[in-house]
Design a protein around this ligand. Sequence first.
Ligand code: PMT
Length: 221
Amino acid sequence: AVSRLLAGKKALVTAGGTQEPLDPVRYLGNRSSGKMGFAVAEALREAGAQTILISAPTELSTPYGVRRIPIMTAQEMYDAVMSEFTDVDIVVKAAAVADYRPKASAEQKIKKDGTSRTLELVPNPDILAELGEKKEQQFLVGFAAETEKLYEHAQAKMQRKNVDMLVANDVTQPGAGFGSPTNIVSFLFPEGTRIDLPQMKKLEVARRLVQEIAERLREKE
Ligand code: PMT
């Protein structure tokens, strides 16, 4: 078990899939259940870190001892992350953030009229990339959900977003990624190290992740 490895540290985790409203009853979303991020929050708290969980809507209950900040949209996640960021030692971005949102959200429920429609999308801020630019003492962990060229795309994300560690999952594999109780991931580090893990329960993946974070933090200090 991971015992008190991170006592005295503060951690921030994001989880779930953001919801981008189209009108009062509809949104653009994705298949993230929040399980991976909630497991990470639980494992960080277990290791003794004071843990904040910024989460999009999910069915899950908040892990014991974790402070949860509920958000809905990418913009709200951005605002919450930026207001907590300066204070923390560890950030883990497990959330699936919408890269785009509808340009406008209708004030009333959109009525059907039998014609086809076009939806205009505008880009959301890339929260992780901005953290990568701003980071000082923070140990920054990103996730990458890929459907092809896993390592190549994950590697590129790690560099572009300037993270200290990247968790890559091929979300097309059975038993991995969105919604599943298990995941199959690789840890990638900027110096080129790669650790491939077998299929594991998300809480076990999270505990391995916490161990790596603790080791790397100790080396930095
Ligand atoms: O929630 P579960 O059902 O348990 O599923 C877990 C998961 C598949 C969602 C999780 O393991 C995972 O891979 N999370 C990241 C999903 C994702 O959107 O990846 P991405 O490759 O699009 O984004 C890369 C990184 O940038 C992520 O850390 C993401 O949080 C971050 N990002 C992306 C876009 C954006 N606008 N802002 C961001 O911060």
